[in-house]
Design a protein. Structure first.
Length: 59
C-alpha cells in the first residue's frame, strides 16, 4: 500500500483502480477500525480518485 492507499502489486507498482481501506490497511496503519479512521481513509481514496479524473477537491 502506498501513501494514497493504492494497493501495491507484484511488480512493485500501484495496481490501477485498487485501493485498501479499513482492516486491510492494518499492517501499515494500525488505526484502521474506528469510524473516524475509516472516514479519513475513504476521504483519501476519494481525493486520489478525483485527482486521477482531473477533478479538484471541494473546499
Amino acid at each position: 500500500m502506498d501513501d494514497h492507499l493504492r494497493v501495491i502489486g507484484a511488480s512493485g507498482a500501484p495496481t490501477p483502480g485498487l485501493y485498501a481501506v479499513g482492516p486491510l490497511t492494518r499492517a501499515a496503519v494500525w488505526e484502521a477500525l474506528a469510524v473516524p479512521d475509516l472516514r479519513n481513509q475513504t476521504a483519501e481514496v476519494a481525493a486520489t480518485v478525483a485527482a486521477g479524473l482531473g477533478l479538484r477537491r471541494a473546499a
